[in-house]
Write a new protein. Structure first.
Length: 404
């Protein structure tokens, strides 16, 4: 294994552990530290998702830098934001500012992480290598979730104190990522000096990719916000419950995501897009009927009724773990190699634009009409995933490969 890939695996490890200490329990932080309502929880997605929307412009402005050096800057922003929240509990409005700073760092890094991984992956085993990267990421997140579960269950972690150890640990881990990125930058530059590329790309050839990422903006909100909120708000569960469910979902992902990578190489992107669409439709229909049952009393909020919620939470995790299908799809249709990073970033901005709208509207729908309608709408929109799977055509082969 090349040294660059070993360093990248270390970067994945620290990033995954840090995100396991923050993103996976952020809803519990909002609930425990600020006792937010469902409407406020939806509103809080605006400062969390806005950085994803503007990241395309920030990365375009920084395109004279390499992906790795922009990633280093992103880590510094993540550290500042999460360290402040770890050291004290500011007022609600000040908290929003630090959430924004941390989120900007993370959202600058997310598309660059995929782009760096694509660049390092062997050209004849892209699906398999990306599956390994994502599977390893998920495995480390599982370990982080176990630590969080134990911490909250045993009482040495809490969001109701001024010092919040999960956030402080995350800040140290992101500092480690910064250092490792510096090492990777030095190693990569020795073999391949950076050349400034066009910072913004929009092509008609990528229309179905854009469609998929816009739909993911809706689907992501369900997984990150309203799915957990069913368990937190309706069933009254705490951070330890969300953490152990994340552990289970991550443990499955250790094997499931590499399998997705192998299936991509074996069965092709088109067939995997069908699987992706069907999984989203099924999960959200079940979520909708389950939520409706909780509201009207036909499904118990104890015993098997709770178990059903836990199972569908895990299945939702598995559905969102199929994100590498979109990345490999873009890699497959890319007109030229330099299109990948700016297109990934534009896709992130598109999905976050939709996420911001859906987070706000979702809070209103939940409060006025009920949670089930959020899930039914998501299921209906996921039918478009099925349409894209039908329409995509790869008769021209691996366009990206042909440009190398």
């Amino acid at each position: 294994m090349k040294k660059e890939i070993r360093i990248y695996f270390a970067i994945i490890a620290l990033t995954a552990f840090g995100l396991g200490m923050t993103n996976n329990v952020i809803s519990n932080f909002f609930k425990d530290a600020y006792n937010v309502t469902a409407y406020q929880r939806g509103f809080l997605e605006f400062p969390r998702e806005l950085p994803g929307l503007i990241s395309v412009f920030v990365i375009a402005a920084l395109s004279f830098l390499s992906d790795i050096r922009i990633s280093m800057l992103a880590q510094l922003l993540s550290i500042v934001g999460i360290l402040a929240l770890g050291l004290y509990t500011p007022s609600f409005n000040i908290m929003i500012i630090f959430i924004f700073i941390n989120s900007l760092g993370m959202h600058l890094f997310f598309p660059l992480q995929d782009s760096i991984g694509l660049e390092l992956a062997e050209k004849d085993n892209i699906g398999k290598r990306l599956g390994q990267f994502k599977g390893f990421f998920t495995g480390v997140q599982m370990i982080a979730s176990l630590v969080v579960f134990a911490g909250f269950k045993m009482g040495f972690m809490s969001f109701e104190t001024n010092l919040k150890s999960p956030f402080l640990i995350a800040a140290m881990l992101f500092l480690g990522v910064f250092i490792l990125l510096g090492m990777l930058d030095k190693k990569v530059r020795q073999s391949k000096p950076h050349t400034a590329v066009k910072g913004f790309v929009f092509r008609a050839e990528y229309r179905y990719y854009y469609t998929l990422v816009v739909l993911f903006g809706v689907q992501k909100q369900i997984m990150m916000v309203y799915g957990p909120w069913v368990i937190i708000d309706i069933l009254g569960k705490k951070a330890d419950t969300i953490s152990i469910l994340t552990v289970i979902g991550s443990f499955i992902g250790i094997f499931f995501i590499p399998a997705i990578g192998k299936w991509l190489d074996k069965y092709g992107v088109k067939n995997m897009l069908y699987l992706d669409a069907i999984s989203f439709i099924g999960v959200y229909l079940i979520y909708g009927f389950l939520s409706m049952g909780y509201v009207n009393g036909s499904v118990s909020t104890v015993g098997y009724g709770v178990l059903f919620a836990y199972l569908i939470f895990i299945f939702d995790k598995m559905s969102t773990q199929m994100g590498i299908i979109r990345t490999v799809y873009l890699r497959k249709i890319a007109v030229k190699p330099t299109d990948v990073t700016p297109t990934l970033t534009l896709g992130q901005s598109m999905d976050h634009f939709v996420s911001i709208i859906c987070a706000y509207l979702g809070g209103i729908v939940w409060t006025i009409w009920g949670p089930q309608y959020i899930f039914f709408l998501a299921a209906a929109l996921s039918l478009i995933n099925l349409y894209v799977a039908i329409k995509v055509d790869f008769k021209d082969g691996w366009k990206y490969e042909q440009t190398l």
